[in-house]
Design a protein around this ligand. Structure first.
Ligand SMILES: Cc1cc2nc3c(=O)[nH]c(=O)nc-3n(C[C@H](O)[C@H](O)[C@H](O)COP(=O)(O)OP(=O)(O)OC[C@H]3O[C@@H](n4cnc5c(N)ncnc54)[C@H](O)[C@@H]3O)c2cc1C
Length: 311
């Protein structure tokens, strides 16, 4: 199996392969920066030509690239892409990460996760997108990813690759057999499901993908059949939607002039700062959520709101 893993110092994501179950662990978890494919396509072709079963995971553009590089349809290949609204610049990650390590006084880093699941006891709810940087001595930086400058920039496409703006590989056009993503808005169609811990969507793009899914599905705890039209609306990573930040060019021009990672990280923070009125609104929203959670009426309020938007 081929997938994306961190390099040894977490400054880069690289494509690699494993032939063991234990080896899969390094590929798990989304790494929100563009991975370096290196020689992975060549190696996959070598295995495929030798008649070995290959599963290759990557972003839609990487799967489209793999298909082109192979120039033949191998029945022993299972190509799996992830929903992807855009891939951030590795250079920006390195600047943010170096500044974070310095500020938090973290030693040698042992693990970085963008989507650590943490139960917020105060709110009585899960936060599924926590940025966690653990160091070897047990220290950890933990923060809601989308409250950090890097998460905000990723979410808004501020430092996505330019090719992401013209992505020709989304909307089921990459040639993947399966697509994995988040099923945002699932509670609208499946009100009986508990989605607090997150819910995935698996799209079967081909008969081969469907067969692989059927073979694996007994391992899923909860399973519902949904349509493409249900899974797509809330997910910009599945549909042909372009995330183009109006200040991208301005940001990169300033970023190129930054002398140190600290200065570069300050720019990320500056360009992603939430405007004051939105900060006030967000604060009011958090207060309301806190009060509802404390009075045990959060679930009821969510239900009422969902009912309200359907009408
Ligand atoms: C840059 C990026 C943007 C994304 N945007 C969206 C989005 O808009 N909507 C959405 O629903 N989901 C998005 N995702 C995907 C999502 O975060 C999950 O990967 C997906 O939901 C599958 O989750 P999982 O926990 O089942 O599998 P995971 O354990 O997250 O991993 C699935 C596979 O993803 C591969 N992978 C991880 N990081 C990368 C990377 N940087 N480059 C290439 N392959 C990688 C791994 O090799 C692994 O095999 C994005 C992921 C990335 C990396």
């Amino acid at each position: 199996m081929f997938g994306a893993r961190w390099n040894s110092d977490f400054t880069e994501v690289v494509h690699d392969f494993t032939e063991t179950l234990e080896g899969l662990a390094a590929f798990r978890g989304s790494k929100y920066l563009q991975s370096r494919v290196g020689g992975a396509f060549r190696k996959a072709r070598e295995f495929l030509r030798a008649g070995r079963e290959v599963m290759f995971t990557g972003t839609p553009c990487q799967i489209a690239g793999l298909r082109r590089a192979l120039r033949a349809d191998f029945p022993n290949l299972l190509a799996v892409d992830i929903a992807c609204h855009s891939a951030p610049s590795p250079k920006v990650w390195r600047a943010f990460f170096a500044a974070l390590r310095e500020r938090e006084k973290l030693g040698a880093v042992a693990d970085v996760r963008f989507r650590k699941k943490v139960f917020d006891a105060k709110l009585g709810a899960w936060n599924c997108a926590m940025l966690s940087v653990e160091d070897a001595s047990g220290g950890e930086f933990l923060a809601p990813l989308y409250a950090t400058p890097f998460g905000k920039g990723f979410g808004s496409g501020l430092f996505s690759r330019p090719s992401c703006h013209e992505c020709p590989a989304k909307d089921r056009t990459s040639g993947s057999d399966l697509t994995l993503g988040d099923f945002w808005g699932a509670e609208k169609y499946f009100p009986d499901l508990k989605t607090g811990e997150g819910l995935s969507v698996v799209v079967c793009g081909t008969a081969r993908g469907r067969a692989a899914f059927e073979a694996a599905k007994s391992g899923f705890g909860v399973l519902r059949e949904a349509t493409w039209a249900q899974a797509v609306p809330a997910n910009g990573g599945l549909k042909n939607e372009t995330l183009r930040h109006p200040k991208r060019a301005e940001f990169f021009a300033a970023f190129a002039r930054a002398g140190t990672p600290g200065e570069a990280a300050c720019l990320v923070a500056k360009f992603t700062r939430t405007p004051f009125p939105r900060r006030v609104r967000a604060f009011a929203f958090r207060c309301a959520r806190f009060i509802l959670a404390r009075t045990g009426t959060l679930a009821l309020a969510k239900k009422l709101l969902r009912g309200g938007t359907r009408e």
